[in-house]
Design a protein around this ligand. Structure first.
Ligand code: 4NP
Length: 159
């Protein structure tokens, strides 16, 4: 079963929302047993913290509880995860510095690589913005996670 790592800057807004949303869709789908879904940030400014309360509120209004704790990226993540999905090109460029070989580099993609509507766009950083911007992140992630679930089920589904 594949392992998926979502990466943003602080691991308190975009990547934990992506982690929670994909896990919910995977659980509802029920055909991807033992898949690993995680998230992290490039920085350690919010290490150990819950997701930003604005993101938790926006997610809660969609029935999504975000209870994970922030962590920063570890070098071994590049080896351990199969899919390393970045919130933006800025994040991708930093992740390339962690890749130690072409295989690891090849795992790195934008989260929106799997989106129809927002294909290969950056997911805007909502941290210094307003509630509406947090909602937009979740709209984008819904589309990304639907596409990603389709991709994963067609490759790895056990039923
Ligand atoms: P995220 O948002 O990368 O989506 O978690 C941010 C959170 C915190 C900061 C920047 C972006 N920060 O500078 O602390």
């Amino acid at each position: 079963m594949p392992s998926i790592l979502f990466v943003c800057l602080g691991n308190i807004c975009r990547s934990p929302a992506a982690e929670g949303m994909l896990r919910k869709k995977v659980d509802e789908n029920g055909t991807l047993k033992n898949i690993t879904i995680d998230s992290c940030g490039l920085g350690d400014w919010h290490e150990g913290q819950l997701p930003d309360e604005r993101m938790r509120a926006a997610a809660k209004s969609r029935g999504l509880a975000l209870t994970m704790r922030a962590r920063s990226i570890r070098p071994k993540d590049m080896e351990e995860f199969d899919y390393i999905l970045a919130a933006s090109r800025t994040v991708i460029n930093d992740l390339y510095h962690y890749a130690t070989n072409p295989q690891e580099k090849g795992k790195i993609q934008l989260i929106t690589a799997y989106s129809k509507t927002y294909h290969n766009q950056d997911i805007p950083d909502p941290y210094h913005k307003d509630a509406v911007d947090f909602d937009l992140v979740l709209d984008i992630l819904e589309d990304c996670c639907d596409g990603l679930l389709n991709h994963l089920t067609s490759r790895y589904s056990s039923t």
